[in-house]
Design a binder for this molecule. Structure first.
Ligand code: ADP
Ligand code: ASP
Ligand code: MG
Length: 406
């Protein structure tokens, strides 16, 4: 029997009525003869609500205890779905991440899956059951519950699909598929019928929240065919797979934006070997991910260095950077989180000069100032003031004719 892994996100299981809809869909697939592993997220905003609840315990929140708490959200929805399926005469069993064999590292709150032992799931499938797995969670080598970072149920699903050698991983969400921009920001955004792993990885990493970047990485590494589709309609979805020639011809495939962005600028950094190492090693040791870095031209043997990090890390980063500024002998720093990143992504841009210039022109025409720029073969990103982000996404979408693609 062929096997499908189907993942349903938070909005798809937000209420008991929606869980019943999901159960109907699962039952339908099952009656079509499919072996099924279903991965679920927590109901609606449960994860956010649990985080707010924990804040009432104080300002110092242990990541280990937070993982213990947050993992309960997915356990609720998994058991509710299994109960609903069983009441529809569709035999089902729910499993936690660790019962399902999801082994992760011990980096609480942002753990990475290191192995999946699918034995228990396989046993249950052999017994003819639909297996419902709580997403977003794993077990560390120390035997503690971990979580896989926000949006981590996507990664649970793709990792299970890889371990079980499933035919496909279907990610059911609240939009019909992957669009040329977030459809909540650009009303004219067009759905893409297929996207390459490379482009999807860029789009996801640059803020297109429809899939967790690590899930795309897993899919690419293990060659898992992923389909993103709506749990609220029967519309066709978007296939994520190897690059096709047609995509190569598209210069720009999509526009992504990311509000989870904060910027530091450090002044008068001595221009000598080892300074950048000290600064960025210090940040790495504090487990702070740095995104863009800009070093200005030297004057009087001093440079200015600016860099961006995730806004979520800002609170943790400020005392670390303050200390590092003293250590490297810089004269001071400023920081803020009123910035955001807008990016264009497309496999075809590597052979088309002038794409970056077109992007800067569109932003200039809209009177939007660019603070930082970074490029790779298939993307250009600009950091701008957060207040202009909607307009920036809209003008870029129009500039590259994305509202017209078939
Ligand atoms: P789920 O709870 O199902 O995991 P998410 O909220 O994590 O759903 O992801 C779906 C959301 O991703 C959509 O509602 C949409 O607003 C957002 N999104 C951002 N960029 C894109 C894009 N390029 N295509 C489709 N959706 C996008
Ligand atoms: N419930 C978790 C979150 O809100 C994981 C997920 O939805 O994928 O981030
Ligand atoms: Mg998600």
């Amino acid at each position: 029997m062929s096997l499908i892994v189907a993942k349903f996100g938070g909005s798809s299981v937000a209420t008991m009525e929606r869980i019943r809809n999901v159960a109907e869909r699962v039952k339908g697939l099952r009656e079509g003869g499919q072996g099924l592993v279903v991965v679920v997220s927590a109901m609606g905003d449960t994860t956010d609500d649990l985080i707010e609840l924990a804040k009432q315990a104080g300002s110092e929140l242990s990541c280990r205890e937070m993982d213990m708490l947050l993992s309960t959200g997915e356990q609720q929805s998994a058991s509710l779905l299994a109960l609903t399926l069983s009441n529809m005469d569709c035999e089902a069993i729910s499993l936690t991440g660790w019962q399902a064999g999801v082994q992760s590292d011990a980096n609480h709150s942002k753990s990475r899956i290191i192995n999946v032992d699918p034995e228990r799931i396989q046993q249950e499938l052999d017994n003819g059951r639909v297996v419902v797995v709580a997403g977003f969670q794993g077990l560390s080598p120390q035997g503690d519950i971990t979580t896989l970072g926000r949006g981590g149920s996507d990664t649970s699903a793709v990792a299970l699909a890889a371990a079980l050698q499933a035919e496909r991983c279907m990610i059911f969400t609240d939009v019909d598929g992957v669009f040329t921009a977030d459809p909540r920001i650009v009303a004219q955004a067009r759905q893409l019928t297929s996207v390459s792993y490379d482009e999807m990885l860029e789009l996801a990493s640059l803020g297109a929240g429809v899939m967790q970047p690590r899930a795309v990485e897993f899919a690419m590494l293990y060659g898992v065919d992923v389909e993103i589709l709506s749990s609220f309609s029967d519309h066709y979805g978007t296939i994520i797979t190897e690059v096709s020639n047609m995509e190569r011809q598209r210069i720009v495939t999509g526009v992504a934006h990311d509000l989870n962005c904060a910027r530091f600028a450090i002044f008068d950094v001595p221009d000598q070997p080892g300074v950048a190492k000290a600064l960025f090693r210090g940040l790495a040791n504090a487990r702070i991910n740095v995104d863009m870095v800009i070093q200005s031209a030297m004057r009087d043997n001093r440079n200015d260095i600016a860099f961006t990090i995730e806004d979520d890390d800002l609170h943790k980063a400020v005392p670390v950077v303050e200390e590092l500024v003293k250590e490297i002998g810089a004269s001071g720093m400023v920081y803020g989180n009123n910035v955001a990143k807008v990016s264009i992504v497309g496999a075809g841009m590597q052979s088309n000069p002038g794409v970056a210039a077109d992007m800067f022109e569109a932003l200039a025409d809209a009177d939007i100032n660019i603070h930082m720029i970074s490029t790779s073969e298939i993307k250009v990103s600009c950091v701008i003031d957060e207040e202009h982000i909607r307009e920036a996404v809209q003008v870029l979408h129009q500039k590259f004719g994305l509202d017209k693609i078939e």
